[in-house]
Design a protein around this ligand. Structure first.
Ligand code: GLY
Length: 432
């Protein structure tokens, strides 16, 4: 079967590998040539992922049977609708359904309308005075969010990127001036985790939980990035998430899919719940309409059910199963020095693939070209997979030694110390 993959980051590298391993003939369109994906692909077309006309031309010329969309930007542009109108079944939500990610007010309103658990108190404003009065009256720390896609960089939280509610009001006012609207939410304290599921619009199959490290530097400091690494555990839970928390979070995702169906906007593909585990329950911070990056690299290498079978189940509305190996995983992303604010670009790095594999680790290339020249975003990821998180972390750390150049990475992703810190925060919050 000829499968089109759109996108070529680390996430798409993991999707590409899982598709090829399950028998797909891979065809790729993306804005740069990813050296790892290139080796797996029959054909490779260069175009912006959001240039839907070009993507469609490639797909029709190649005679594609099924498409798989990696990133969110083409979903927002309606790539799934266009490909399907042209007879190509596609894994990913329609433009309308993708609003769960691309329009934060839509997602909150669906949760409110259907009383889906895990909601946060929120308000959407288009008037700066009303916004300011509401924040004053609310009196507790808030989160300020632009409504649309921001690559994870537009959300600002009081106590983190914003000093106090006064700064929040100033930032919210700027967003109203720029976008016409802003979303203000209550701040929820706790520990974040990622819950991804496959869905055909009716059935839901969970993937192992993962935890992302969004800050640039060790110790959870520095600017917010796309994610500097992530880990998952052999039992598919996380050390600070109880079975009850897990069931509650799964229920939130199930109810969301059900609500979308009732709303007449069925959602199919991958749904990513970014949860904050608060004192009382997991609360939705955001939905994403695709795999996480890096979290796709935690779950796909340990997927036992062939991804192609899952993809067909999703597009046929007949999803039957998604099983994963009981393995722990640690993903460490390597980024150019200066990332995310002022990344070095155009400089070559050295990657000793043979030594990395000898260390037992996997390599997924991302924002890097065929000559191993840095393109400015996260360049490649090294992944350790083992029976325990300690072992997986060791493998990833061994592998990463064989990448040299103007780069940096977070040494603490998946380490005992950093995981214990998260467990401690949760225990303190719950008074245990
Ligand atoms: N790791 C965060 C994201 O994929 O959005």
């Amino acid at each position: 079967m000829k499968v089109l993959l759109v996108g070529a980051g680390g996430r798409e590298s993991a999707i590409a590998e899982a598709l090829v391993n399950s028998g797909a003939k891979l065809y790729v369109v993306s804005k740069h040539v990813n050296p790892g994906i290139k080796k797996l692909a029959q054909e490779y077309g260069l175009a912006k992922e959001t240039d839907i006309g070009k993507v469609l031309d490639f797909a029709l010329n190649w005679g594609i049977d099924l498409a798989f969309i990696g990133p969110e930007a083409p979903l927002e542009k309606g790539i799934v609708d266009i490909l399907e109108e042209n007879g190509i079944p596609t894994v990913g939500p329609s433009r309308e359904a993708a609003q769960l990610e691309t329009n934060k007010a839509f997602a909150r309103q669906i949760m409110e309308k259907y009383k889906i658990p895990g909601r946060k108190l929120f308000k959407v404003f288009n008037d700066a005075k009303e916004m300011s009065d509401w924040i004053d009256e609310f009196g507790k720390p808030v989160v300020v969010k632009p409504l649309g896609l921001t690559g994870g960089k537009g959300v600002k939280v009081v106590g983190y990127q914003l000093k106090d509610n006064e700064e929040a009001k100033d930032y919210a006012k700027k967003l109203i001036e720029k976008d016409g609207k802003v979303l203000i939410e209550e701040r929820t304290d706790g520990v974040e985790f990622t819950f991804q599921v496959f869905t055909d619009g009716k059935e839901i199959f969970p993937m192992p939980l993962a935890q992302d490290y969004p800050h640039a530097y060790d110790g959870d400091v520095g600017p917010i990035t796309g994610g500097m690494g992530s880990y998952s555990c052999e039992n598919h839970y996380l050390p600070f998430v109880t079975k009850e928390d897990y069931e509650k979070a799964l229920n939130t995702l199930k109810k969301t899919i059900k609500a979308m169906r009732k709303e007449g906007i069925p959602y199919k593909g991958i749904l990513y719940g970014q949860f904050m585990l608060a004192k009382d329950e997991p609360k939705i911070i955001e939905f994403n309409a695709r795999f996480g990056d890096p979290e796709a690299m935690n779950v796909l290498p340990i997927l036992e059910t062939p991804l192609l079978e899952i993809a067909q189940g999703i597009v046929d509305g007949a999803l039957k199963k998604a099983k994963f190996q009981e393995k722990a995983t640690v993903v460490k992303y390597i980024a150019p020095k200066g990332y995310p604010e002022n990344p070095i670009r155009g400089v070559q790095i050295q990657v000793n693939e043979a030594k990395i594999r000898e260390a037992g680790a996997k390599i997924y290339y991302a924002s890097i070209d065929e000559n191993l020249t840095l393109l400015g975003s996260r360049a490649l990821a090294i992944v350790g997979i083992a029976d325990s998180i300690e072992e997986a972390e060791k493998i990833a750390s061994q592998g990463i030694k064989h990448v040299k150049g103007e780069i940096f990475y977070r040494r603490d992703v998946g380490t005992k110390e950093s995981i214990e810190k998260r467990v401690r925060i949760m225990k303190e919050l719950r008074g245990e």
